[in-house]
Design a protein around this ligand. Structure first.
Ligand code: HEC
Ligand code: HEC
Length: 232
C-alpha cells in the first residue's frame, strides 16, 4: 500500500499542498513474481500443447490463478506452502519400478519454495488474482446449496473414476489416488465456479492433462462440485 502523507496548509486564499513523500514504496507483485516465481510457474499462458511440454513443466500453471483460487487461501499459502500433489506436478517423472511393481518415489518430489513475507504475498496475490480467464462463467455455483452426500460419494467413487486419481476426506479419513492433486482442502483453496468449469472441460484448461473429459448433466456436475468444495 502506498501511504502518501499530504500536508495541506491553508493560509488566507492560498492553499499549499506539500507532499511529504511516500514512506513505504509499494511492492510491484508482477516484478516480485518475475524474479522469484516465473522460473517455474507460467503466468502468461498457454498451457503445454505436447506431452514433452507436460513432462518438462516444473510447476502448476498460474495464468488463470484469479479464476482458480480463493484470494485468502492464495495469500496465506504462498507464505508457507504445504503439499498438494503427492506424485509431483507430473507423476510419470517420479515413478520407479521395484520388484516388478510401480511406485512413486517421494524423495524426488520438490515442494513449492515460495516463502514470501506478508507484504510480498499481498502484492503477488494482487497480481495473480487479476489473471482471470475471460470466458469462464461465474455465478454458476452457490456454495450453500444443499446436495446429497450419498449421491455425491456414489458419483465420485463408483459411477465415475474420480477417486482413482484424487484424495478426498470421507468421514474424517483421507482416501483415494494420488496422480491428481489432493482435494482434501479444495473448499478453502478453489473457486467453486472454476471447479465446475474444470470438471466440465479439463482439456480447455490444460490440453494434455490426463484427467478425462466426462459427459455429465449440469445437476451431476454441480453435485460433484459442491462435494469437492464442501468442508470435510
Ligand atoms: C523451483 C520451482 C518453483 C518456484 C521457484 C516456485 N514454485 Fe510455486 N510451485 C512449485 C511446485 C512444484 C508446486 C506444486 C506443489 C504441490 O502441488 O504440492 C507449486 C505450487 C504453487 C502454487 C499452487 C498451485 C496450484 O495450482 O495448486 C502456487 C499458488 C504457487 N506455487 C505460487 C508460487 C509463488 C508465488 C512463487 C514465487 C514466490 C513460487 N510459487 C515459486 C514450484 C515452484
Ligand atoms: C486419470 C486421473 C484423473 C481422473 C479419473 C480425474 N481427475 Fe481430476 N484431475 C486430474 C489431474 C491430473 C488434474 C490436474 C493436475 C494439476 O493441476 O496438477 C485434475 C484436476 C482436478 C481438479 C482441480 C484440482 C486442482 O487443484 O487443480 C478437480 C476439482 C478435479 N480434478 C475433479 C475431478 C472429478 C470430480 C473427477 C471425476 C468426475 C476427476 N477429477 C477425475 C486427474 C484426474
Amino acid at each position: 500500500m502506498m501511504h502518501n502523507r499530504l500536508l495541506t496548509v491553508a493560509w488566507g486564499a492560498l492553499t499549499l499542498i506539500v507532499a511529504a513523500g511516500s514512506e513505504v514504496v509499494a511492492l510491484d507483485g508482477k516484478a516480485v513474481f518475475a524474479e522469484r516465481c516465473a522460473s517455474c510457474h507460467n503466468a502468461t499462458g498457454p498451457a503445454p500443447a505436447s506431452l514433452e511440454g507436460v513432462l518438462e513443466r516444473k510447476a502448476p500453471d498460474l495464468f488463470y490463478a484469479g479464476s482458480k483460487f480463493n484470494l485468502d487461501w492464495l495469500e496465506q499459502w504462498i507464505q508457507s506452502p504445504s503439499p498438494i500433489r503427492r506424485s509431483g506436478v507430473m507423476f510419470l517423472n517420479h515413478v520407479i519400478t521395484e520388484g516388478g511393481k510401480d511406485r512413486i518415489n517421494e524423495d524426488t518430489i520438490k515442494a513449492c519454495p515460495s516463502k514470501l513475507n506478508a507484504e510480498e504475498a499481498g502484492s503477488v496475490t494482487e497480481y495473480l488474482m487479476a489473471l482471470k480467464d475471460p470466458k469462464m462463467r461465474t455465478g454458476v455455483i452457490s456454495r450453500d446449496k444443499k446436495f446429497s452426500m450419498a449421491q455425491a460419494l456414489r458419483l465420485f467413487t463408483k459411477q465415475y473414476p474420480c477417486i482413482g486419481c484424487h484424495t478426498v476426506k470421507v468421514k474424517e479419513n483421507e482416501t483415494g489416488g494420488i496422480s491428481g492433486p489432493s482435494l482434501t482442502d479444495a473448499g478453502a483453496r478453489l473457486n467453486p465456479d472454476w471447479v465446475y468449469a474444470r470438471i466440465m472441460d479439463p482439456q480447455y484448461w490444460d490440453p494434455k492433462t490426463w484427467m478425462p473429459k466426462i459427459e455429465l448433466s449440469h445437476e451431476k456436475r454441480e453435485t460433484l462440485t459442491l462435494f469437492v468444495v464442501s468442508p470435510k
